[in-house]
Ligand binder design. Structure first.
Ligand SMILES: [Zn+2]
Length: 394
């Protein structure tokens, strides 16, 4: 890959408070070689290097979706779509979803549950350039209790020995992290309720320790208030959903939240682009209670990261911006939301080479028409995407 100089009205180098007006970004193969004001950078770049002029546009770091399921089809019956699918057809569908994601500006995804480590194979295809797609961090089969949430993905564990074995198998299969279903979920027929814990605190500690022994972090699916407290005590890296459910409705715990902040645990409060429908289904009272809790967490200093849960029923691939707009509807500023999608997400995923635009970082970036810091809908007007320097659209 050769060099390319991108010129635009503004460059959000990241975090979102760092903006260079009339800026330029020099790509050199897979990495960013230089970033700065066009007036000083352009004259220093050889005239033979092609220029990509983007008047009226903004360049920003590639977006990160911290919670997807590439193996799920976003249809009404993911169990059938995954568990009974022909492996070749499923692999082709997953590649197609990866293409949709990267075309929408998402240059990194964390896949939090698939079958037979199929995301690991797709990761290799993307890394080699055979398949266009975002960088993939794969959890492979999520640990769950027997008969528990998403057990159909093959990660059921009945006791400590099975926990150790499953983590070792996931690591051997190429997992980048370990996912645990700490509480029940909505997808699984006959499984525990969303507020019910699937593991004890001691088991969650074991999971975190075993994962660490393989050099891996833990992402915990936790809807239940008890499960959230146990996951925080166990030392997980990220909390998925974190919806504070109990048998009696939502019960928020500010003390646990203080620990979430102190321990630098990120919260991926997944919503799909269809969140308006979700709020309608919740009803006005519960929707308001949920909003109040999310705002309280924000005020407490929780580091939110962006995730769509793409693949589960109703959560389409490629509607990342719809998810971000949920947070704007709660009063988050566009800059805060851009940070959730870039710098904060990269920090939580321990990716030090992406999430900002700086010399030596991966050339993960997108060019959008307009200014996303003035209105997030600019992120829907994608002009160009580069993933590790590979041009996706344009
Ligand atoms: Zn999920």
């Amino acid at each position: 890959m050769s060099k390319l100089l991108i010129l635009a009205d503004r460059i959000v180098t990241g975090p979102a408070s760092h903006v260079t007006g009339d800026g330029a970004v020099l790509l050199d193969g897979e990495v960013i070689a230089a970033v700065g004001p066009a007036a000083s950078l352009e004259p220093s770049v050889d005239r033979a290097v092609p220029r990509l002029r983007c008047p009226g546009a903004t360049v920003l770091p590639g977006l990160i979706d911290c919670h997807v399921h590439l193996a799920f089809d976003a249809g009404p019956d993911p169990v059938r779509a995954v568990a009974e699918a022909d492996p070749d057809e499923l692999a082709a569908a997953m590649a197609d979803r990866a293409r949709q994601l990267v075309a929408s500006g998402v240059t990194t995804v964390r896949d939090l549950g698939d079958r037979d480590a199929m995301t690991v194979a797709l990761r290799a295809a993307v890394d080699s350039g055979r398949t266009p797609g975002p960088r993939i961090l794969a959890a492979t089969a999520p640990l769950t209790s027997p008969g528990g949430h998403c057990g159909f993905l093959g990660g059921e564990v009945g006791g400590d020995e099975e926990i150790r074995t499953r983590i070792a198998e996931n690591a051997k299969a190429g997992a980048d992290l370990i996912k645990v279903m700490a509480s029940g979920g909505a997808l699984t027929p006959g499984g525990p309720r969303m507020w019910q814990s699937q593991f004890t605190r001691a088991q969650l500690r074991l999971i975190v320790e075993e994962a660490a022994a393989h050099g891996l972090d833990v992402a915990a699916h936790a809807h239940g208030t008890d499960a959230i407290a146990d996951c925080v005590a166990a030392g997980v890296r990220t909390l998925e959903h974190c919806s504070w459910r109990t048998a009696e409705g939502m019960v928020y715990d500010p003390e646990v939240t203080r620990r979430i902040v102190a321990e630098d645990i990120a919260v991926c409060r997944c919503v799909s682009g269809d969140w308006r429908l979700f709020l309608e289904q919740l009803g006005p009272e519960r929707a308001e209670a949920m909003s109040v809790i999310i705002r309280s967490m924000r005020e407490a200093g929780v580091r939110f990261i962006a995730g769509t849960d793409a693949g589960v029923p109703g959560a389409r691939f490629g509607d990342y911006v719809g998810m971000l707009e949920f947070f704007v509807s709660l009063g988050f500023s566009p800059a805060e939301v851009v940070d959730m999608a870039t710098t904060h997400a990269a920090h939580a995923l321990r990716l030090s080479d992406t999430g900002v635009l700086a010399p030596g970082k991966r050339a993960d970036l997108l060019v959008v028409a307009g200014d996303p810091l003035a209105g997030l809908d600019a992120l829907r007007r994608v002009e160009h995407v580069f993933a590790a320097g590979r041009r996706v659209t344009g």
